[in-house]
Design a protein around this ligand. Structure first.
Ligand code: ADP
Ligand code: LRH
Length: 476
């Protein structure tokens, strides 16, 4: 094979991993070389990412990867580290689930104008957008001392290469990026009291960031190449769709549910439905909604002391359907905590039966997530005018056969599940194109995915009336 070995660093909210992709004409395979926990740490009341542990995981993974042509880094969105004038990190990055932004988003959006914010940035209102995190940190000595703000993948890239920059797909999640001008929204920054000089120059996916610093001692000193550094941007590259009439659910800690468009949808209806226009690879728009996702299940399993997930899912499959449904997007579910208790409370408030066992709670979560997927797939079509024939489920959720089947049933559409590691594959494909071993547009990259990756098809099993009734109970 005339191909290359490429390393994908993918930092998820649940775990980080380093994967090696081998790519060439007709070839695409991926091997996990290192996986490490991503465990947030609460210090003095604030929830932080353990960024140095993550960086160590990245270095261990890159050593285990052996010689590669290049390295691409992606992670969850919105969060950042601040550097002082010498380039040193000022404190640990704060987790987007920290409560410091409580109430800040409403106040800031009102001050800047909700219509203006949406017209400029196209972003949905999420309490933890970088704009609101910076508003919450206004006046702190740390922010005053800061000279640079680097989003998480750009921070890891800086530690690997010494080069600063901001990759655009992730920059587009800050609510400080002008999506039509494809530039930082400096007017907005100034009006929000945020110093524009904190933000480094923007970079496009596929551009070379620089060679890995020799002192890191990594095999072959590969180049670091910018990829869709927002994990969801890489995941959407990794959706093995043919044609344009597809919806995707990038299903991990979050379910990111939407369609891929050429132009943003900035209507008032879209803003009110809280749909986002994030910048994708190759100038695409990721028109989607954040659904609370498998976070509900992850947190429940944590509270139950790490129960066996496959066994829980088997038991949940035997539970009656739709006994209890909740709206997964209720903000009460956002912070870490006792998720089963919160689900029980939400059921009580809505007059739904309270799940009596872990299996019943899991069934409630999965029925409710499938309903939220249905709601978002339908709204995405209505608001964008894009017709959808199939729903692609990628990410860890593609392993959850019950959720995939329920999503097919709820949407009344076939679900094509896989790849599980779509994000790492999207990361590797953008590097492979930059290295010149594959070429073409996203459709060509996706054709290679269809040729090489395992995809499982779930047919919808009907009973639209039952799903519609359950949807009414959930709301929306
Ligand atoms: P992130 O990148 O946000 O950390 P992932 O895409 O890795 O998330 O997905 C993690 C989720 O995948 C877990 O929360 C879990 O619900 C699901 N998952 C992982 N393995 C399995 C499995 N064997 N069966 C069912 N679900 C699984
Ligand atoms: C998923 C994700 C999502 C963001 C959230 C903060 O990992 O990047 O797209 O909204 O994390």
């Amino acid at each position: 094979m005339s191909g290359v070995r490429l390393a994908a660093v993918d930092l998820g909210a649940g775990s980080g991993r380093v994967m090696v992709g081998r790519v060439g004409p007709g070839t695409l395979d991926l091997t996990e070389v290192h996986r490490f926990a991503n465990e947030p740490v609460r210090v003095a009341g604030t929830l932080h990412w353990d960024i140095l542990a993550l960086h160590r995981g990245v270095l261990d993974g890159l050593r285990a990867a052996g010689p590669v042509t290049s390295v691409g880094i992606d992670s969850w969105a919105v969060d950042y580290g601040l550097l002082d004038a010498s380039g040193a990190l000022l404190g640990n990055p704060v987790h987007y689930r920290d409560t410091r932004t409580d109430g800040v988003a409403e106040r800031t959006a009102k001050h800047l104008g909700e219509g203006r914010l949406y017209a400029t940035t196209g972003l949905q209102h999420l309490p933890f957008n970088t704009l609101y995190q910076l508003a919450a940190a206004a006046g702190t000595p740390q922010l005053q001392a800061a000279r640079r703000l680097l989003l998480i993948p750009d921070l890891i890239g800086y530690w690997l290469t010494g080069e600063v920059g901001a990759e655009i797909t992730n920059a587009s999640t800050t609510q400080l990026y002008d999506l039509r001008r494809r530039a930082w929204a400096t007017d907005l920054m100034v009006d929000a009291g945020i110093r524009p000089e904190l933000f480094p120059p923007l970079r496009e996916p596929g551009t070379r960031i620089g060679p890995v610093l020799p002192e890191l001692g990594l095999p072959g000193e590969p180049d670091v190449v910018a990829v869709g550094s927002h994990d969801t941007a890489s995941a959407v590259v990794g959706v093995p769709a043919s044609g344009a009439n597809f919806a995707y659910v990038s299903c991990g800690t979050w379910s990111l549910v939407g369609v891929e468009l050429d132009t943003p949808v900035l209507t008032e209806e879209s803003r009110r439905a809280n749909f986002t226009n994030e910048t994708g690879v190759d100038g695409t728009i990721r028109y989607l909604r954040n659904v609370m996702g498998l976070w509900l299940l992850q947190e429940s399993v944590r509270v139950w002391g790490g129960s066996d997930l496959p066994d829980l899912l088997r038991r949940a499959a035997r539970e009656p359907a739709f006994r209890s449904v909740v709206d997964p997007d209720d903000p009460v579910f956002l912070p870490p905590g006792d998720m089963p208790a919160r689900i029980a409370d939400a059921c009580r408030r809505a007059g739904e039966p309270v799940p009596a066992t872990p299996a019943a709670t899991v069934r409630c979560i999965l029925d409710s997530l499938a309903l939220a997927h249905r709601r978002a797939v339908r709204q995405a079509q209505e608001l964008s005018g894009r017709h959808v024939d199939a729903v692609h489920v990628v990410g860890g959720g593609a392993r959850n056969a019950l959720l995939c089947q329920l999503t097919a049933d709820a949407c009344g559409l076939p679900v094509l599940a896989g790849p599980v590691e779509a994000t790492a594959l999207g990361n590797v494909l953008v590097q492979a194109r930059a290295a010149g071993v594959v070429d073409g547009d996203l459709a060509a990259l996706r054709a290679l995915l269809r040729e090489t990756q395992r995809i499982v098809r779930y047919e919808p099993r009907g009973d639209e009336a039952a799903w519609a009734a359950a949807q009414d109970r959930m709301g929306g």
